[in-house]
Design a protein around this ligand. Structure first.
Ligand SMILES: [Zn+2]
Length: 268
């Protein structure tokens, strides 16, 4: 019997990939020790799909709202308007079931394309302002854009409640740049378990456990020994086990510290 539980802070359980067996996925997550699952928004459609899952598993699946940078297209302003209305509505109604716990995932991603670079920058800054206004933390997605991203964040640093740099896979230098934002933590997922990953050395060298939260990014990024398969929230256990090994602490300690980090950033 396990004597600790832990949290998957980033899981797209509203995706098509889970249409057939979400009940089983949730049951397995609970069995593995996952105490809560946070669901990011990515686009307009995800507003409803995320809220549907969270209504089906109240208190267990908790929603975020935001526009993922790869989803920033010509219509980004209209999409953000719809999201902001939902966000304000949820706050005004005191809706407890779909009470948003964070803004995101939002950020910058110039990996595949810079076609909407300007729009991405504006859309991200807008969502940063939502975070300041609502006091909800940011769930940040950043790929090939760290300098541009931190440049925007810096302007709001004092007023921001905090957040997560999700799916961190960078080097020590990049980690240190992020950690300068002292109300923020790094989201660590399945990449940590990949054979080729340098994170097992770089994280203990540059990042205290008090600055890490666990995530799966399901259905993507499945950890070893599930690599290449559909990821699911229960697999976050493999990330926890790997962190315990590379920080040379017990699994219980990783669970306790990462839970405390979630509490500090999300109040949950
Ligand atoms: Zn994501």
């Amino acid at each position: 019997m396990m004597n600790y539980t832990f949290i998957d802070t980033h899981s797209h359980l509203d995706g098509e990939e889970f249409k057939e067996d979400l009940d089983e996925v949730i049951a397995r997550a609970k069995e593995m020790g996952v105490s809560k699952i946070f669901l990011p928004g990515v686009d307009k459609n995800s507003i409803d799909s995320v809220s549907k899952v969270c209504r089906s598993y109240p208190e267990y699946c908790l929603p975020m709202i935001g526009l993922q940078p790869e989803e920033v297209k010509a219509d980004w302003k209209e999409v953000l308007n719809v999201m902001k209305e939902r966000l304000d509505g949820s706050i005004a109604q005191g809706d407890t079931v779909t009470k948003y716990i964070a803004i995101g995932e939002c950020g910058l991603d110039f990996y595949w394309s810079r076609e909407f670079e300007k729009e991405q920058l504006q859309a991200f800054e807008e969502q940063v302002k939502w975070s300041v206004e609502t006091g909800l933390p940011l769930m940040i997605h950043c790929r090939k854009a760290q300098n541009e991203l931190l440049h925007i964040l810096k302007d709001y640093e004092n007023d921001l409640p905090g957040g997560v740099f999700h799916c961190f896979t960078g080097n020590q230098k990049e980690a240190e740049e992020y950690l300068k934002f002292d109300k923020f933590v790094l989201g660590i997922g399945g990449v940590l378990t990949f054979k080729s990953s340098h994170l097992r050395e770089d994280l203990p060298a540059a990042v205290p456990l008090s600055r890490i939260v666990l995530e799966t990014d399901s259905p993507y990024m499945a950890p070893v020994p599930y690599r290449g398969k559909r990821n699911e929230s229960g697999f976050v256990k493999e990330v926890l086990k790997q962190l315990a090994l590379c920080y040379q602490v017990s699994e219980t300690e990783v669970a306790q510290i990462t839970n405390a980090n979630v509490k500090r950033v999300f109040g949950i």
